[in-house]
Design a protein. Structure first.
Length: 336
């Protein structure tokens, strides 16, 4: 398939997280056809239920290209104009997958081997595919992960610290609030204290940021709220031990508050190559969950600013440029 045709075909398969089976089957068959013609191998790596990663290799891999098959909801199919391919996953990251496959075909045509392609599930939620893959490394020295970086080599990516907060109160008629204990008031006080916690910075990755993403609670407008919940995400830039202690202290300083869930993806600093444009990205990726696959690099076509939005798209010239960049990275890293 042509690069643009393959991108649209992938976009047109609904692979929102948890529904990756169909796109995984398509990619396995597509890569199996290529491997049969070029003496490669392709396998499914089971993850959970009927979900699986796809791994293709041509001899023992020095470099592995990698990205994720899943997308965020809602699914919407592809469209195309002179400059862009639109649709869910166009830049995050089905266009990047198509560019990687095209790069592999051209590298094989030029006589290059000793590389692989790892496509995983679950990146948009819990990195289940990456965590499974990390238990089964294949000896590669370098990992080139694909995410929308506008075709610039990312020197680092921020981490993510997720906290779910729950407040408990006592219900009462709103005409007699003194008889109740508002969980919403407690939660609002806690969030104000969280926002007052000093946030660290890093000379490369920049500032830590905090976002209250969801807020819910109460039973009705005329009832003192007996329960409330909020989800908070911080984009972190380094070691978080002190930050986590300070956040926990702020939560526990309010009676009736608890941290119901906490999980973290660490911030990372990444490799660079002379001659490549560079950037810093504020989002998290599967890279920290793929540490056993080699020294990590991060680059891909498209802009994160339109990923996860109804305007998601990728420029055709960015896809073509990504093919060249992936080929260049494979060759440069193999020659190290």
């Amino acid at each position: 398939m042509h690069l643009f045709e393959l991108t649209r075909t992938l976009v047109d398969i609904d692979s929102t997280t948890g529904r990756e089976r169909q796109v995984g089957d398509f990619l396995f068959d597509h890569l199996q056809d290529l491997a049969t013609r070029t003496n490669g191998t392709v396998e499914r790596i089971p993850v959970v239920d009927d979900r699986f990663n796809v791994f293709a290799t041509w001899d023992e891999p020095t470099v592995v290209l990698s990205s994720h098959m899943d997308t965020v909801p809602p699914f919407f199919p592809s469209s195309e104009d002179d400059d862009f391919i639109h649709g869910r996953g166009a830049c995050d990251t089905k266009g990047g997958i198509a560019a990687m496959i095209q790069a592999i075909e051209e590298l094989l045509g030029a006589g290059r081997r000793s590389f692989g392609l790892l496509l995983v599930v679950g990146e948009e939620t819990d990195s289940a595919g990456a965590q499974t893959a990390n238990r089964h490394p294949r000896g590669s020295r370098f990992l080139v992960n694909g995410e929308p970086t506008e075709n610039r080599l990312a020197l680092g990516s921020k981490g993510m610290l997720y906290m779910a907060l729950e407040a408990q109160g006592r219900a009462a008629h709103s005409a007699y609030p003194e008889l109740g204990d508002s969980a919403i008031d407690k939660l609002m006080e806690c969030l104000a204290r969280l926002k007052a916690v000093p946030l660290p910075s890093d000379p490369v990755l920049g500032e830590t940021t905090l976002n209250v993403g969801t807020l819910a609670g109460g039973r009705a407008h005329n009832v003192v709220a007996d329960q409330a919940r909020a989800e908070v995400t911080l984009r972190t830039v380094g070691d978080t031990a002190e930050l986590r202690r300070n956040l926990a202290a702020a939560v526990h300083s309010v009676s009736g508050l608890r941290i119901a869930e906490i999980r973290e993806t660490p911030a990372i600093h990444l490799g660079s190559l002379p001659g490549f444009e560079t950037t810093i990205v504020k989002y998290t990726t599967d890279v920290p969950r793929l540490s056993a696959w080699g020294e990590p690099f991060l680059l891909g076509p498209g802009s994160i600013h339109v990923a996860h939005t109804p305007e998601e798209r990728v420029a055709k010239h960015d896809l073509a440029a990504a093919v060249h960049l992936y080929k260049e990275m494979v060759c440069r890293l193999q020659d190290r």
